[in-house]
Design a protein around this ligand. Structure first.
Ligand code: HSE
Length: 313
């Protein structure tokens, strides 16, 4: 039997929503798991690039053995029902650029879990799959929209329970995804974060996340412009991302640019705007990165409202 799952890219954090906000984007990985008949062949993982951004060296460095997150995800699912995985061929067609802050690791974890779950006769429900995926990723903000689609507020409670709430992104707020041609691993981007922050910074993010949710619910552009600020992760990551400060600053005084935020752990950047010249956003960001000898791929995308789905079985 063979199952193929299509999973969207995701962008997490959205400014003040560190580790708890995330939205799905229409760039996809497809993950196929096939039960092979040859005994003793173990788990074979193949990664095939369908995008021009991820270079070959990065691809070659992604683990494809038992250290792979895909392997871990499948193993955890099988173990949760008292079984061991074996004789599986896993093919990943990757359109989502790797190490760019667009949820590529969350997508392969989610895809592998959904496909393996189907092969096993669907013993795990969405909550159980979300829980395994969060354990592997460490936080639910990418895996939740990858599974559910749309714009999701998520939280892993102390009990381990994952809460998810769907939010409604205003249709006419444009999201321009700016992807530079350099990589930044989430591990490195998390290693620069402090273990604790000043109370003023914690309060700052609490206030801004509250404003964010109110702005989303009331489609209030002026409030959102105030809300899209962060003191928990972006200031620490700025030094890892050439051009980030310039890109964040350049649109500050443009009324119709609502805000500029890091996508996940970076290095991609989202520019959120309303009825603004999208070509101007693209050329401005492109020029800033080009002045630093950085190439970029910049696209304005709609939110993907569908989460991961089985497209072939
Ligand atoms: N919330 C995560 C972070 C997303 O910012 O580190 C990256 O996986």
């Amino acid at each position: 039997m063979k199952v193929t799952v299509k999973v969207p890219a995701t962008s997490a954090n959205l400014g003040p929503g560190f580790d708890c906000l995330g939205l799905a984007l229409p760039i996809y990985n497809t993950i196929t798991i096939e039960e092979t008949v040859l005994p003793g062949t173990g788990i074979e993982i193949n990664l095939i690039s369908d995008n021009d951004i991820t270079d070959e060296a990065i691809f070659n460095n992604v683990p494809k053995d038992e250290n792979s997150i895909v392997y871990k995800a499948v193993e955890m699912l099988y173990n949760s029902i008292g079984q061991e995985p074996s004789e599986l061929k896993i093919n990943i067609h990757s359109q989502i650029p790797i190490t760019r802050g667009l949820g590529s690791s969350a997508s392969v974890v989610v895809g592998a879990l959904l496909a393996a779950n189907k092969l096993l006769g669907s013993p795990a429900d969405t909550a159980a799959l979300l829980s395994i995926a969060t354990e592997i990723e460490g936080h639910p903000d990418n895996v939740a929209p990858a599974i559910l689609g749309g714009f999701i507020l998520s939280s892993q409670e102390d009990s381990g329970l994952i809460l998810t709430e769907k939010l409604n992104w205003p249709e006419d707020w444009d999201i321009t995804v700016c992807i530079p041609d350099f990589e930044l691993s989430t591990n490195i981007a998390r290693s620069v974060l402090p273990d604790s922050v000043p109370i003023q910074d914690a309060v700052y993010n609490a206030k801004h996340l509250a404003m964010f949710i109110q702005a989303i619910n009331t489609k209030n552009i002026k409030l959102m412009k105030k809300a899209l600020h962060d003191r928990l992760h972006q200031p620490y990551r700025e030094k890892l991302i050439p051009g980030m400060k310039e890109i964040m600053d350049v649109f500050k005084n443009e009324d119709n640019v609502i805000g500029t935020v890091l996508s996940g752990a970076g290095p991609s950047i989202l520019v959120i705007s309303h009825k603004y010249d999208l070509d101007k956003i693209k050329s401005t960001v492109k020029d800033i990165w080009e002045s630093l000898s950085i190439k970029s791929d910049i696209r304005t995308l709609k939110i993907e409202n569908n989460g991961a789905e089985i497209i072939e079985e």
